[in-house]
Design a protein around this ligand. Sequence first.
Ligand code: AR6
Length: 177
Amino acid sequence: MSIIIMQGDITKLKVDAIVNAANSSLLGGGGVDGAIHRAAGPKLKEECSTLGGAKPGEAKITHGYNLPATWVIHTVGPIYKDGKHDEATILWHCYENSLCIARSYGLVSIAFPSISTGAYGYPIEEASKVALRAIDNFLQKCAYYEMQVLCVTHSQKDFSIYIQSAKELGVKHEVQG
Ligand code: AR6
């Protein structure tokens, strides 16, 4: 079981599943969502349109189509207001529910973007801590299950913030790249 922090483009990763920071419609959008839909091709939206959307904190799985990843797990992060509207709890659920789906499909490698920290405005210093704690908690709960979890940041700055957060929290991790 391991957490790997890396910088890169999540759409290029050949893992069992990549996680999409979607919106409630699950029909695509900007940011990482747009990049995933572009790389996967139109069949992804077709399948997403059968899912009936998702609430913040929920996660749903589809095929990856033209992506190198086999599956896409779509989750809807919280829109950040002031940190007093259950944002951390909802964000935690995004990570936990995505990991639960991955486990139920028997997946052993899963890559997350930094959910909610773009268009949804969650400060990454806080969001990265929620992400790392939620992932670490999940991996410790099912220590019998070997899973590699990648935290993929788009920018160099976000990459440094994730590493700093992991150090501050004392979360065991590896750095790639
Ligand atoms: N690989 C990895 N990370 C990426 C990539 C990529 N190719 N592209 C962007 N990021 P955002 P949100 C990072 O805005 O805040 C969409 O329109 C980016 O730098 O994609 O959850 C949806 O449809 C940032 O750190 O997602 C929703 O409406 C992180 O991904 C809304 O945005 C998340 O930024 C969701 O907003």
